[in-house]
Design a protein around this ligand. Structure first.
Ligand code: NAP
Ligand code: GLV
Length: 306
Protein backbone atom coordinates (compact mmCIF):
# COMPACT_ATOMS: atom_id res chain seq x y z
CA UNK A 1 0.00 0.00 0.00
CA UNK A 2 1.39 3.42 -0.99
CA UNK A 3 0.34 6.57 0.87
CA UNK A 4 1.16 10.10 -0.20
CA UNK A 5 1.45 13.03 2.19
CA UNK A 6 1.02 16.56 0.82
CA UNK A 7 0.63 19.79 2.68
CA UNK A 8 1.24 23.49 2.29
CA UNK A 9 2.76 23.74 5.79
CA UNK A 10 6.30 22.90 4.61
CA UNK A 11 6.87 20.50 7.51
CA UNK A 12 6.56 17.10 5.86
CA UNK A 13 9.31 15.23 7.76
CA UNK A 14 7.58 14.78 11.15
CA UNK A 15 4.30 13.86 9.44
CA UNK A 16 6.00 11.26 7.25
CA UNK A 17 7.73 9.79 10.30
CA UNK A 18 4.49 9.66 12.30
CA UNK A 19 2.54 8.06 9.43
CA UNK A 20 5.30 5.45 8.88
CA UNK A 21 5.25 4.58 12.56
CA UNK A 22 1.44 4.26 12.63
CA UNK A 23 1.26 2.26 9.36
CA UNK A 24 4.38 0.05 9.45
CA UNK A 25 3.42 -2.05 6.40
CA UNK A 26 2.84 0.93 4.13
CA UNK A 27 5.15 2.86 1.83
CA UNK A 28 4.63 6.47 2.98
CA UNK A 29 6.14 9.26 0.90
CA UNK A 30 5.79 12.90 -0.02
CA UNK A 31 4.21 13.29 -3.45
CA UNK A 32 6.30 14.70 -6.31
CA UNK A 33 5.01 15.31 -9.86
CA UNK A 34 5.25 12.11 -11.91
CA UNK A 35 5.28 9.81 -8.84
CA UNK A 36 3.82 6.27 -9.20
CA UNK A 37 0.16 5.54 -8.39
CA UNK A 38 -0.80 5.63 -4.70
CA UNK A 39 -3.66 4.08 -2.72
CA UNK A 40 -4.43 6.81 -0.18
CA UNK A 41 -3.47 10.45 0.33
CA UNK A 42 -3.17 12.51 3.50
CA UNK A 43 -3.54 16.11 2.41
CA UNK A 44 -4.13 19.76 3.13
CA UNK A 45 -4.90 21.96 0.10
CA UNK A 46 -3.03 19.90 -2.54
CA UNK A 47 -2.74 21.18 -6.12
CA UNK A 48 -5.17 19.95 -8.80
CA UNK A 49 -2.19 18.33 -10.57
CA UNK A 50 -1.95 15.78 -7.74
CA UNK A 51 -5.50 14.53 -8.31
CA UNK A 52 -5.10 14.66 -12.11
CA UNK A 53 -2.06 12.35 -11.82
CA UNK A 54 -3.62 10.02 -9.20
CA UNK A 55 -7.11 9.06 -10.52
CA UNK A 56 -6.87 5.58 -8.91
CA UNK A 57 -6.77 6.92 -5.31
CA UNK A 58 -9.15 5.09 -2.97
CA UNK A 59 -9.00 7.38 0.03
CA UNK A 60 -8.30 11.11 0.45
CA UNK A 61 -7.80 12.07 4.09
CA UNK A 62 -8.02 15.77 4.89
CA UNK A 63 -5.85 16.92 7.81
CA UNK A 64 -8.59 19.34 8.86
CA UNK A 65 -12.31 19.29 9.62
CA UNK A 66 -13.40 21.61 6.80
CA UNK A 67 -13.18 20.22 3.26
CA UNK A 68 -14.33 23.32 1.34
CA UNK A 69 -10.91 23.76 -0.32
CA UNK A 70 -10.93 20.13 -1.51
CA UNK A 71 -14.47 20.29 -2.84
CA UNK A 72 -13.29 23.11 -5.09
CA UNK A 73 -11.01 20.56 -6.85
CA UNK A 74 -11.87 17.84 -9.33
CA UNK A 75 -11.39 14.73 -7.21
CA UNK A 76 -10.93 11.11 -8.32
CA UNK A 77 -14.55 9.94 -8.62
CA UNK A 78 -14.18 6.68 -6.69
CA UNK A 79 -12.08 7.96 -3.78
CA UNK A 80 -13.76 8.44 -0.42
CA UNK A 81 -13.10 11.92 0.93
CA UNK A 82 -12.63 11.81 4.69
CA UNK A 83 -12.52 14.75 7.05
CA UNK A 84 -10.95 14.98 10.50
CA UNK A 85 -13.41 14.32 13.32
CA UNK A 86 -12.34 16.22 16.42
CA UNK A 87 -8.81 14.79 16.77
CA UNK A 88 -8.14 17.21 19.62
CA UNK A 89 -9.81 20.20 17.97
CA UNK A 90 -13.10 20.34 19.88
CA UNK A 91 -11.49 21.10 23.24
CA UNK A 92 -9.41 23.88 21.64
CA UNK A 93 -12.52 25.30 19.99
CA UNK A 94 -14.39 25.21 23.30
CA UNK A 95 -11.51 27.06 25.00
CA UNK A 96 -11.37 29.70 22.27
CA UNK A 97 -15.10 30.40 22.08
CA UNK A 98 -15.61 30.37 25.86
CA UNK A 99 -12.69 32.79 26.16
CA UNK A 100 -14.22 35.16 23.59
CA UNK A 101 -17.69 34.95 25.15
CA UNK A 102 -16.47 35.46 28.72
CA UNK A 103 -14.10 38.25 27.70
CA UNK A 104 -17.01 40.19 26.18
CA UNK A 105 -19.61 39.32 28.84
CA UNK A 106 -17.27 40.20 31.76
CA UNK A 107 -15.99 43.32 29.92
CA UNK A 108 -12.37 42.30 30.39
CA UNK A 109 -11.25 44.67 27.59
CA UNK A 110 -12.69 47.64 29.53
CA UNK A 111 -11.10 46.40 32.74
CA UNK A 112 -7.74 46.23 30.95
CA UNK A 113 -8.21 49.82 29.78
CA UNK A 114 -9.00 50.90 33.37
CA UNK A 115 -5.98 49.06 34.72
CA UNK A 116 -3.73 50.64 32.10
CA UNK A 117 -4.85 54.01 33.53
CA UNK A 118 -4.43 52.72 37.15
CA UNK A 119 -8.18 53.16 37.65
CA UNK A 120 -9.77 50.93 40.34
CA UNK A 121 -13.23 50.86 38.79
CA UNK A 122 -16.17 48.58 39.54
CA UNK A 123 -18.81 47.89 36.93
CA UNK A 124 -22.33 46.64 37.41
CA UNK A 125 -22.26 42.89 36.60
CA UNK A 126 -23.99 41.89 33.37
CA UNK A 127 -26.92 39.49 33.59
CA UNK A 128 -26.29 36.11 31.93
CA UNK A 129 -29.90 35.98 30.75
CA UNK A 130 -29.23 39.13 28.69
CA UNK A 131 -26.40 37.35 26.82
CA UNK A 132 -27.85 34.26 25.12
CA UNK A 133 -25.26 32.56 22.91
CA UNK A 134 -26.35 31.00 19.61
CA UNK A 135 -24.12 28.38 17.98
CA UNK A 136 -24.63 27.84 14.24
CA UNK A 137 -23.61 24.27 13.47
CA UNK A 138 -24.16 21.49 15.99
CA UNK A 139 -21.64 19.02 14.63
CA UNK A 140 -18.53 17.65 16.29
CA UNK A 141 -17.17 21.10 17.18
CA UNK A 142 -20.40 23.08 17.62
CA UNK A 143 -21.85 20.56 20.06
CA UNK A 144 -18.74 20.60 22.24
CA UNK A 145 -18.71 24.40 22.20
CA UNK A 146 -22.42 24.66 23.04
CA UNK A 147 -22.04 22.25 25.95
CA UNK A 148 -18.98 24.10 27.28
CA UNK A 149 -20.92 27.39 27.19
CA UNK A 150 -23.87 25.76 28.98
CA UNK A 151 -21.48 24.81 31.82
CA UNK A 152 -20.93 28.54 32.36
CA UNK A 153 -24.72 28.86 32.68
CA UNK A 154 -25.25 31.06 29.62
CA UNK A 155 -28.56 30.50 27.87
CA UNK A 156 -27.35 28.50 24.84
CA UNK A 157 -29.13 28.05 21.52
CA UNK A 158 -28.05 25.87 18.63
CA UNK A 159 -28.95 25.70 14.95
CA UNK A 160 -28.32 22.84 12.52
CA UNK A 161 -29.56 21.58 9.16
CA UNK A 162 -31.40 18.58 10.61
CA UNK A 163 -33.04 18.49 14.07
CA UNK A 164 -30.60 17.79 16.94
CA UNK A 165 -30.95 17.32 20.67
CA UNK A 166 -28.15 18.59 22.88
CA UNK A 167 -28.64 18.63 26.67
CA UNK A 168 -28.71 22.19 28.00
CA UNK A 169 -29.09 23.67 24.51
CA UNK A 170 -32.28 25.05 22.93
CA UNK A 171 -32.09 23.57 19.45
CA UNK A 172 -33.47 24.97 16.19
CA UNK A 173 -33.09 23.56 12.69
CA UNK A 174 -33.42 24.35 9.02
CA UNK A 175 -34.72 27.45 7.28
CA UNK A 176 -37.91 27.35 9.36
CA UNK A 177 -36.03 27.66 12.65
CA UNK A 178 -33.39 30.19 11.55
CA UNK A 179 -35.25 33.46 12.24
CA UNK A 180 -36.36 32.39 15.72
CA UNK A 181 -32.80 31.26 16.48
CA UNK A 182 -31.30 34.59 15.36
CA UNK A 183 -33.86 36.76 17.13
CA UNK A 184 -33.25 34.95 20.42
CA UNK A 185 -29.42 35.19 20.09
CA UNK A 186 -27.15 38.00 21.26
CA UNK A 187 -23.72 36.39 20.86
CA UNK A 188 -23.50 34.46 17.58
CA UNK A 189 -20.89 31.72 17.04
CA UNK A 190 -20.33 30.31 13.54
CA UNK A 191 -19.23 26.66 13.38
CA UNK A 192 -20.80 25.72 10.06
CA UNK A 193 -19.00 24.05 7.17
CA UNK A 194 -18.54 26.34 4.17
CA UNK A 195 -21.00 25.15 1.49
CA UNK A 196 -23.09 26.92 -1.15
CA UNK A 197 -25.92 26.98 1.42
CA UNK A 198 -23.84 28.65 4.16
CA UNK A 199 -21.62 31.07 2.18
CA UNK A 200 -22.33 34.71 3.22
CA UNK A 201 -24.74 33.46 5.88
CA UNK A 202 -23.70 36.26 8.26
CA UNK A 203 -24.88 39.36 6.42
CA UNK A 204 -26.80 42.57 7.07
CA UNK A 205 -30.15 40.79 7.07
CA UNK A 206 -29.22 37.89 9.39
CA UNK A 207 -26.92 39.86 11.73
CA UNK A 208 -29.57 42.59 11.85
CA UNK A 209 -31.93 40.08 13.49
CA UNK A 210 -29.64 39.50 16.48
CA UNK A 211 -30.63 41.10 19.75
CA UNK A 212 -29.31 44.68 20.15
CA UNK A 213 -25.69 44.74 21.29
CA UNK A 214 -25.02 41.60 19.27
CA UNK A 215 -21.57 40.03 19.13
CA UNK A 216 -20.12 37.83 16.36
CA UNK A 217 -17.58 35.02 16.80
CA UNK A 218 -16.50 33.47 13.51
CA UNK A 219 -14.34 30.37 13.88
CA UNK A 220 -15.51 28.52 10.76
CA UNK A 221 -14.57 30.12 7.41
CA UNK A 222 -14.10 33.74 6.32
CA UNK A 223 -16.61 33.41 3.47
CA UNK A 224 -19.43 32.83 5.98
CA UNK A 225 -19.27 36.54 6.83
CA UNK A 226 -19.93 39.56 4.61
CA UNK A 227 -17.14 41.83 5.90
CA UNK A 228 -18.73 45.14 4.84
CA UNK A 229 -22.04 44.24 6.53
CA UNK A 230 -20.29 43.49 9.82
CA UNK A 231 -18.44 46.83 9.66
CA UNK A 232 -21.64 48.74 8.85
CA UNK A 233 -23.60 47.14 11.73
CA UNK A 234 -20.73 47.92 14.14
CA UNK A 235 -20.67 51.54 12.96
CA UNK A 236 -24.46 51.81 13.33
CA UNK A 237 -24.23 50.47 16.89
CA UNK A 238 -26.44 47.41 16.34
CA UNK A 239 -23.45 45.13 16.96
CA UNK A 240 -21.11 45.60 19.91
CA UNK A 241 -18.09 43.72 18.58
CA UNK A 242 -16.62 40.64 16.96
CA UNK A 243 -13.91 38.03 17.46
CA UNK A 244 -12.72 36.69 14.13
CA UNK A 245 -10.34 33.78 13.57
CA UNK A 246 -10.97 33.17 9.86
CA UNK A 247 -11.00 35.47 6.85
CA UNK A 248 -11.88 35.53 3.16
CA UNK A 249 -8.21 36.04 2.35
CA UNK A 250 -5.64 34.43 4.66
CA UNK A 251 -3.27 35.77 5.81
CA UNK A 252 -5.53 38.79 6.41
CA UNK A 253 -4.12 41.51 4.09
CA UNK A 254 -2.25 44.31 5.97
CA UNK A 255 -4.64 47.02 4.74
CA UNK A 256 -7.81 45.18 5.82
CA UNK A 257 -9.95 47.31 8.22
CA UNK A 258 -10.43 44.38 10.64
CA UNK A 259 -6.83 44.69 11.89
CA UNK A 260 -7.27 48.12 13.42
CA UNK A 261 -10.98 48.15 14.29
CA UNK A 262 -11.38 48.97 18.00
CA UNK A 263 -14.22 46.48 18.47
CA UNK A 264 -12.85 43.58 16.42
CA UNK A 265 -10.39 41.04 17.82
CA UNK A 266 -8.40 39.16 15.20
CA UNK A 267 -6.53 35.86 15.57
CA UNK A 268 -4.62 34.09 12.77
CA UNK A 269 -6.81 31.00 12.08
CA UNK A 270 -5.65 29.44 15.28
CA UNK A 271 -8.80 28.61 17.26
CA UNK A 272 -8.38 24.85 16.76
CA UNK A 273 -5.09 23.64 15.35
CA UNK A 274 -4.49 20.27 13.73
CA UNK A 275 -2.59 18.13 16.25
CA UNK A 276 -0.20 15.71 14.55
CA UNK A 277 -0.37 12.83 17.03
CA UNK A 278 -4.18 12.67 17.24
CA UNK A 279 -4.58 13.29 13.51
CA UNK A 280 -2.19 10.56 12.38
CA UNK A 281 -3.69 8.07 14.86
CA UNK A 282 -7.23 8.76 13.56
CA UNK A 283 -6.26 8.61 9.89
CA UNK A 284 -4.16 5.45 10.34
CA UNK A 285 -7.10 3.70 12.07
CA UNK A 286 -9.39 4.64 9.20
CA UNK A 287 -6.94 3.56 6.48
CA UNK A 288 -6.58 0.18 8.20
CA UNK A 289 -10.36 -0.16 8.46
CA UNK A 290 -10.82 0.67 4.76
CA UNK A 291 -8.15 -1.88 3.84
CA UNK A 292 -10.12 -4.52 5.80
CA UNK A 293 -13.22 -3.55 3.80
CA UNK A 294 -14.95 -1.91 6.78
CA UNK A 295 -16.94 1.31 6.64
CA UNK A 296 -15.60 4.39 8.41
CA UNK A 297 -17.04 7.56 9.94
CA UNK A 298 -16.26 11.06 8.72
CA UNK A 299 -16.81 10.39 5.01
CA UNK A 300 -17.84 13.62 3.28
CA UNK A 301 -21.09 13.70 1.33
CA UNK A 302 -19.83 15.53 -1.76
CA UNK A 303 -23.31 16.66 -2.82
CA UNK A 304 -24.18 18.06 0.62
CA UNK A 305 -20.73 19.67 0.79
CA UNK A 306 -19.64 18.49 4.26
P1 NAP B 1 -19.57 18.87 11.31
O1 NAP B 1 -19.40 17.88 12.39
O2 NAP B 1 -19.75 18.39 9.91
O3 NAP B 1 -20.84 19.79 11.73
C1 NAP B 1 -21.42 20.68 10.83
C2 NAP B 1 -22.69 21.23 11.45
O4 NAP B 1 -23.20 22.26 10.62
C3 NAP B 1 -23.81 20.17 11.56
O5 NAP B 1 -24.56 20.35 12.73
C4 NAP B 1 -24.67 20.48 10.34
O6 NAP B 1 -26.04 20.13 10.47
C5 NAP B 1 -24.55 21.99 10.30
N1 NAP B 1 -24.90 22.50 8.96
C6 NAP B 1 -24.32 22.22 7.77
N2 NAP B 1 -24.95 22.86 6.77
C7 NAP B 1 -25.96 23.56 7.35
C8 NAP B 1 -26.98 24.41 6.84
N3 NAP B 1 -27.09 24.68 5.53
N4 NAP B 1 -27.85 24.95 7.72
C9 NAP B 1 -27.76 24.68 9.05
N5 NAP B 1 -26.82 23.87 9.60
C10 NAP B 1 -25.94 23.33 8.75
O7 NAP B 1 -18.35 19.90 11.29
P2 NAP B 1 -17.31 20.23 12.46
O8 NAP B 1 -16.28 19.18 12.58
O9 NAP B 1 -18.09 20.60 13.67
O10 NAP B 1 -16.59 21.53 11.84
C11 NAP B 1 -17.32 22.69 11.48
C12 NAP B 1 -16.45 23.66 10.71
O11 NAP B 1 -15.53 24.30 11.58
C13 NAP B 1 -15.54 23.05 9.64
O12 NAP B 1 -16.26 22.77 8.45
C14 NAP B 1 -14.49 24.12 9.44
O13 NAP B 1 -14.90 25.01 8.43
C15 NAP B 1 -14.48 24.84 10.78
N6 NAP B 1 -13.19 24.66 11.50
C16 NAP B 1 -12.44 25.75 11.78
C17 NAP B 1 -11.25 25.62 12.49
C18 NAP B 1 -10.41 26.81 12.85
O14 NAP B 1 -9.29 26.65 13.30
N7 NAP B 1 -10.91 28.01 12.71
C19 NAP B 1 -10.83 24.34 12.90
C20 NAP B 1 -11.62 23.26 12.60
C21 NAP B 1 -12.81 23.42 11.89
P3 NAP B 1 -26.48 18.59 10.67
O15 NAP B 1 -26.18 18.31 12.13
O16 NAP B 1 -27.93 18.59 10.39
O17 NAP B 1 -25.65 17.77 9.72
C1 GLV C 1 -9.32 24.12 10.06
O1 GLV C 1 -9.71 25.19 9.72
C2 GLV C 1 -10.03 22.89 9.81
O2 GLV C 1 -10.97 22.89 9.01
O3 GLV C 1 -9.64 21.88 10.43
Amino acid sequence: MRIYYLSTNGKAAPWLAALREALPGAEVMEWQAGAPPGDHAVVWAPPQQFFDEQPQLRGIFNTGAGVDALLGRQLPPKAVLVRLEDAGMSVQMAEYVCHAVVRHFREFDRIEEDVAQRRWAYRRPNERDDFPVGVMGLGVLGTRVAQALAHFEFPVLGWSRSPREVPGVRCFSGGAGFDDFLRATRMLVCLLPLTPATENIMNRDTLGKLRPGGYVINVARGAHLVDEDLLALLDEGHLAGATLDVFRTEPLPPQHPFWQHPRISVTPHTSARTLRHETVAQIARKIQALERGESIAGVVDRLRGY
